[in-house]
Write a protein that binds this ligand. Structure first.
Ligand SMILES: NC(=O)c1ccc[n+]([C@@H]2O[C@H](COP(=O)([O-])OP(=O)(O)OC[C@H]3O[C@@H](n4cnc5c(N)ncnc54)[C@H](O)[C@@H]3O)[C@@H](O)[C@H]2O)c1
Length: 326
């Protein structure tokens, strides 16, 4: 990965969970990194996420919906890791227009800005398994029909396809990673907006019981360092241009098993299995796990962290830094 040494990199959503972990790795690799983030309090951005590298990156607190900021920021960048997003499925149902503005409209405007002011840039877009909706078969490969179950899934799908369209029609090199549940240090644990696993971790560290809804749903999980590696590979590889790749994990696990494992690794804790709340049940996708053979085969990506190892690191991080995430 010497490749990144001296490269100009822009990360949207760079103070968020995945963006900040990516930033840390890129700083290690010698890249010249700029982060843009709006720090909207309900989202996952947190200045503590870049503790220790704050003097090695440029930070621009602005909104990707602001075309003027983006016009200034994309110029002279070699790579854009495009991760800014509204991530809550429930919020997207309660306030669909904000989700539309950030996950769909702003994506088109970022691409237009690149086309006009920096057509040589390469973009990796953070998409989501949510675009598939309720799986028709498992594991879900990239050919699976796209039929999102919530507003967030529809807007992310549009955001993803704008990237592929700009690649195909205008030659703005872009590809997309369809992330599954991603977890690790620096995720939002204050509430369940980003992931249910966030509140589980918080409860475990605080010594409080947590709720598991359903429990039998199968899922796969990507540890954040593995996701970061996928972003780095996708940006470097020219054969990734115009492609969408699923990311999965090392294993498939039910939520009940995951809860049991979390308690074991934490060395204690309690949970209760409960029925889904009605408003959640309506947008639940049931079982999901990815067929991620394409990215493994074509880009040589291979996750290194099974859930046990990833959870241990995550719990350890929040034991030391809980106060910065409440
Ligand atoms: N974490 C997951 O499990 C997961 C799964 C699938 C897809 N993704 C995608 O990966 C990306 C990163 O997710 P994350 O988990 O790091 O979430 P996150 O909320 O921690 O990061 C997103 C960041 O984007 C910023 N942001 C939001 N709206 C913005 C705006 N209008 N302008 C500028 N910045 C804005 C937020 O402040 C936040 O820091 C998102 O696009 C998300 O849809 C994540």
């Amino acid at each position: 990965m010497d490749f990144y040494n001296g490269k100009q990199i822009l990360i949207t959503g760079g103070l968020g969970f995945i963006g900040s972990n990516l930033a840390r790795r890129l700083v290690e690799l010698g890249a010249d990194v700029t982060l843009v983030d709006s720090l909207i309090p309900e989202y996952g951005g947190n200045l503590f996420n870049i503790a220790g590298i704050e003097h090695k990156v440029r930070i621009n607190i602005s909104d990707v919906r602001d075309e003027h900021s983006m016009r200034y920021l994309v110029q002279s960048q070699d790579y854009l890791f495009n991760l800014a997003g509204q991530t809550s499925h429930m919020d997207s149902m309660q306030d669909p227009n904000t989700d539309l503005e950030i996950n769909c409209r702003a994506q088109l405007s970022i691409l237009e800005t690149c086309r006009r002011y920096n057509p040589k840039i390469k973009i990796v877009f953070a998409s989501t398994r949510q675009v598939y909706g309720k799986p028709a078969y498992l594991p879900v490969d990239e050919r699976h029909l796209l039929r999102p179950m919530d507003v967030n899934g529809i807007n992310k799908m549009a955001g993803e396809w704008y990237h592929i369209l700009y690649n195909n029609v205008y030659g703005i090199r872009a590809c997309a990673l369809r992330l599954t549940n991603t977890y690790g240090p620096r995720m939002r644990i204050k509430d369940a907006r980003q992931t249910f696993l966030g509140v589980w971790i918080r409860s475990l560290v605080e010594g409080k019981p947590f709720e598991v809804w359903g429990g039998e749903q199968l899922r796969d999980f990507t540890y954040v360092d593995d996701a970061v590696e996928a972003f780095l590979l996708a940006a470097v590889r020219e054969d990734a241009n115009g492609q969408v790749y699923n990311l999965g994990g090392c294993e498939v696990i039910s939520l009940r098993e995951l809860a049991e494992l979390s308690v074991k690794i934490n060395g204690g804790g309690n949970f209760q299995v409960q029925d889904f709340p009605a408003e959640r049940k309506r947008i639940d996708i049931g079982d999901y796990y990815a067929d991620d053979r394409n990215i493994r085969k074509e880009l040589g990506w291979e996750p290194q962290f099974n859930v046990g190892k990833g959870l241990a690191r995550t719990l350890n991080y929040y034991c030391s830094h809980l106060e910065h995430y409440l």
